[in-house]
Write a protein that binds this ligand. Structure first.
Ligand SMILES: [Zn+2]
Length: 91
């Protein structure tokens, strides 16, 4: 069984985990982490690929450093926004 996967989600996960080690004051509750991811992913181009279910090996196109810089800068923007308005704000 094959399925469609947005590899950008994995890339954002990887970079977010590294960045959060440096942002010690940012809330890391489930809601805030998801808000950060959603915000960053909305500003990044999705990268869909077909993957085999159960296959843990994911071929990630590391392409260019430029896209990593873009991913990191979008995550940092999202972290800063969420840290000013944590847990979804006044909803
Ligand atoms: Zn929170």
């Amino acid at each position: 069984m094959n399925e469609l996967k947005n590899y950008m989600e994995d890339l954002v996960d990887i970079h977010l985990n590294k960045l959060l080690e440096e942002y010690k004051d940012v809330c890391k509750c489930n809601r805030c982490i998801l808000d950060i991811k959603a915000m960053a992913l909305n500003n990044l181009k999705p990268r869909y690929g077909v993957t085999q279910r159960g296959n843990l090996f994911i071929r990630i196109d590391e392409s260019t450093n430029e896209s990593n810089v873009k991913i990191i800068s979008e995550i940092i923007k999202a972290i800063e926004k969420v840290s000013k308005n944590p847990h979804g704000g006044d909803e």
